[in-house]
Design a protein around this ligand. Structure first.
Ligand code: BGC
Ligand code: MN
Length: 366
């Protein structure tokens, strides 16, 4: 067989077989580059994922974001409301019927034309007392999302809040890190609007009573105190999981959540330590108000490493949190009923950040 080795001509003073290898190598590299570019284009078109960090895609994305934020601001300006909403929202109904059937996205969007892009709402006739970002750490629970929005949008609107719902979705291939997703939600939502209250919310928990107001009082609030699957009782006094509310300044003061909890459990207990350490105290509504229904799902494997990090909670809190958050935002979309933020991070990189603290006169490396 005659081999065409013209790509590596005679100036390569090497044997014919080496020229043949160089030739094949060059073709492989060229095919790889073409494929990578092609896959990048398909991904950015179909899933709006800028894996290749494509500069023009990024630019368009940022322009879309600015445009929506300007629309939000214009609505606020046009309304120019001078009367505050009442302290007690007049349309609350108390105990609620929990509808666990998921509507279709079309139905949901049809029923919520009052929402601004990104699932934002503010009362049309009075100035809301609270600007609230609901942050949902998320992966793989699409039908729960629909049940959640169907239940939550009417409730939050009856509570007359200026609110936005942010779904922070973790890309596949890495262990779920609920706490990091919530930290990212805090950072991303804060870039878009001056939210003063952050409610971190599992997607599978539905409040059973609308007197459970989604606001941030003077102390951090644990909202999901009475969950049906836990017999509507607190399993232990320091529990801070499920749904929790912190003011912006409080979240900054405690340096957000720890980034170290990959897999299930512990990150909320670590937050309890942070809150107490900052001189704050968790409060709750009475158990007959703070009631929640949990949607059914398979239980995740608990993370055996969580105790190791819990033991060092106090030593890490100043250096492990929003001030050491490393992630990549792959996408952000203002969908009709919520804002979708798609992110990734690297477990090894996050765990490699070591936290040096001075305890007495000793340096302790964790
Ligand atoms: C975990 C928490 C969880 C709680 C209740 C604890 O063992 O560390 O993360 O919220 O159990 O399920
Ligand atoms: Mn759950």
């Amino acid at each position: 067989m005659r081999l065409d080795v013209s790509l590596w001509p005679a100036w390569c003073r090497c044997s014919k077989s080496i020229r043949y290898v160089l030739h094949i190598f060059t073709i492989v590299v060229l095919v790889f580059l073409v494929l990578q570019y092609g896959i990048g284009l398909v991904l950015t078109r179909d899933h709006h994922v800028s894996w290749l960090n494509n500069a023009s895609v990024r630019h368009d994305l940022d322009r879309d974001i600015d445009e929506v934020v300007r629309k939000w601001q214009a609505t606020d300006r046009e309304r120019n409301l001078s009367t505050n909403c009442p302290y007690l929202p007049p349309k609350l109904v108390g105990r609620l019927y929990i509808n666990e059937t998921a509507p279709s996205w079309e139905e949901l969007e049809r029923n919520h034309r009052e929402l601004q892009p990104g699932g934002r709402f503010s009362p049309p006739n009075c100035k809301a007392l609270h600007r609230v970002a609901i942050i949902i750490p998320y992966r793989d629970r699409e039908s729960h999302l629909r049940v959640f929005f169907n239940h939550m949008h009417p409730l939050l609107q009856r509570q007359q809040l200026d609110y936005g719902i942010f779904v922070i979705e973790e890309a596949p291939g890495i262990k779920f890190n609920r706490a990091m997703l919530m930290n990212i939600g805090f950072v991303e939502a804060s870039k878009l609007y001056n939210y003063q209250c952050f409610i971190f919310h599992d997607v599978d928990l539905l409040p059973e009573d609308d007197r459970n107001i989604y606001s941030c009082p003077d102390q951090p609030r644990h909202m999901s105190a009475a969950v049906n699957t836990l017999d509507y009782k607190l399993p232990y006094p320091e529990i801070y999981g499920g749904v929790s509310a912190l003011k912006k300044e409080q979240f900054e003061k405690v340096n957000g959540f720890s980034n170290k909890f990959f897999g299930w459990g512990g990150e909320d207990d670590d937050m309890w330590v942070r809150i107490n350490n900052a001189g704050l105290k968790v409060i709750r509504y009475p158990l007959d108000i703070a009631r929640y229904t949990m949607l059914g799902h398979k239980k995740d494997e608990p993370n055996p490493e969580r105790y190791k990090y819990l033991y060092s909670a106090e030593k890490r809190l100043k250096t492990d949190g929003i001030n050491s958050l490393i992630y990549k935002r792959l996408d952000l979309q203002f969908r009709k009923t919520y804002t979708w933020v798609y992110v990734t991070f690297n477990e090894a990189d996050v765990l490699a950040v070591s936290h040096l603290t001075i305890i007495g006169s000793k340096h302790t490396k964790l």
